[in-house]
Design a protein around this ligand. Structure first.
Ligand SMILES: *Cc1c(COP(=O)(O)O)cnc(C)c1O
Length: 454
């Protein structure tokens, strides 16, 4: 065969270290603040929620952190993940551009989430924790953490946003198959949940509310910790195996990207793909555009304010300096459940402010259209979230058709959509509509930001 489409590494070529972007940045990111004192939080403040192994990674300024042997052995169940060149999509678009995608749908949960679920369960297990709480939106994170906990004989308790609990019953089944215990959020089990239900018994929930519930339960017992599937530095750190592998695979193809494009919810699959390429940009080895794509209906980076806000709705987390739509944001019911968070990873927000990346927002109908085109040429039904990056990659390839540029485009296909077929059904029936988020609602939510000086 003359044309190669698949670039595979063998197990011995799996990265041995995660990459930490922080020490390579021209300025360090602003620290999280304690909401009571307005002072930077220290490791001890985080200890009720996270094991020390992860807290040290959260604040680390070391460039490389070794991946424990036990984690690498589990990663080997699905890693290294394949890199493909989308030759049939290129042909259908009649573009001179080269489109590559790094496929994370091969993992046990069908997304990139197990890359961090496994080390998070591991560091809790080595510190003797037997039970983890968490939230989940689309159900991807809950599935990944339930899987990881099952490997370390831990219990996993998951608050799933009510809207997706009702819309995606098979995600709950999958969490339960892995041994997870799932509650719809808001629930009557926590003070945060009861408060929301008292105001609105039909609340569809939000990631911010579900985080409040999971944090409340973890903070009130000594032997329970909390796990977050995105946003925090240690989560993005674990995901850098994606970008590190992609660099090696593109070297096999004899190419380097002009554009690296990913979808952003909290920023973890995007950071995981992009940070090693930002390292190469900063070192002067590459000069590629790093582009984040978010939904029009949840335009955190493109229209949110860069300021200190809570990570959850009830205001129990430290204050994070990030792009935010306000912590009481309740999203419109778009189908990309994983992209409906009110905030953004503080590290990505900082990188964006430094001008090291770009961002754009796209409407969901265009994204579904890209997802269907991709499925019909490449044979993989993408999760609704990465169709945002695909829509952007396709638009770039179409520009190349006009200009004749042979750009190399790399994207993260961070999950498959086998449990999102109800959303595709709606799209094919012409029932998916676009929601542009109204400016008045953003302005209104931003009037309730916390005051970091208090
Ligand atoms: C969770 C999820 C996302 C959004 O989270 P990030 O932290 O921004 O990556 C995107 N795509 C898929 C498939 C997910 O499961």
């Amino acid at each position: 065969m003359a044309q190669q489409t698949k670039y595979l590494l063998d197990e011995s070529q799996m990265p041995t270290h995660w990459y930490n972007l922080v020490p390579d940045l021209p300025e360090p990111p602003p620290p999280p603040l304690h909401p009571g004192t307005g002072q930077p939080v220290g490791p001890d403040d985080l200890a009720p929620l996270f094991p020390m192994g992860l807290i040290l990674q959260e604040v680390s300024t070391e460039q490389y952190i070794e991946i424990p042997e036990a984690v690498r052995e589990i990663y080997a169940l699905w890693r290294p993940s394949p890199l493909y060149r989308a030759r049939r999509l290129e042909k259908a678009l009649d573009t001179p551009a080269h489109i590559y995608y790094k496929y994370e749908g091969v993992s046990p949960a069908g997304s990139h989430k197990p890359n961090t679920a496994v080390p998070q369960a591991y560091y809790n297990a080595v510190e003797g924790i037997r039970r983890l709480t968490t939230e989940t939106g689309a159900g991807q994170w809950g599935t990944a953490l339930a899987f990881a906990c099952s490997l370390f004989d831990m219990t996993c308790e998951i608050w799933q946003v009510r809207a997706s609990y009702d819309q995606k019953p098979y995600r709950r089944s999958m969490m339960e198959v892995f041994g997870g215990v799932v509650h719809p959020s808001p629930s009557e089990l926590t003070e945060a949940g009861r408060k929301i239900l008292a105001d609105d018994p039909d609340s569809p929930g939000s990631l911010g509310i579900a985080i409040s519930e999971a944090v409340e339960v973890a903070a009130s017992s000594d032997d329970v910790r909390y796990a977050l599937g995105s946003v925090l530095n240690h989560v993005l750190l674990h995901q850098t195996v994606i970008g590190e592998e992609a660099i090696r695979q593109l070297e096999m193809a004899g190419e380097m990207p002009d554009v690296v494009v990913g979808c952003v919810g909290g920023g973890s699959n995007f950071g995981g793909l992009a940070f090693p390429f930002i390292r190469e940009n900063l070192a002067g080895n590459l000069n590629c555009e790093i582009r984040a794509v978010e939904p029009d209906a949840c335009p955190t980076l493109t229209r949110g304010r860069y300021t200190y806000d809570f990570g959850d709705t009830a205001g129990m987390t430290p204050l994070l300096k990030m792009h935010t739509l306000g912590h009481d944001f309740v999203p419109d019911p778009i189908h990309s459940g994983g992209l409906r968070y009110h905030g953004m990873s503080p590290l990505i927000s900082h990188v964006y402010e430094l001008g090291l990346m770009t961002a754009e927002a796209r409407p969901q109908t265009e994204c579904f259209d890209a997802g269907v085109r991709f499925a019909r040429t490449e044979g993989i039904v993408p999760a609704p979230e990465p169709t945002h990056a695909l829509a952007s990659a396709i638009a770039e390839a179409e520009r190349c058709r006009e200009t004749g540029e042979e750009k190399v485009i790399l994207t993260a296909l961070c999950g498959h959509g086998h449990l999102d077929l109800a959303a595709y059904d709606k799209y094919l029936a012409g029932e998916v509509v676009d929601f542009e988020y109204p400016q008045e609602r953003i302005d209104d939510a931003l009037t309730r930001l916390p005051d970091p000086q208090v």
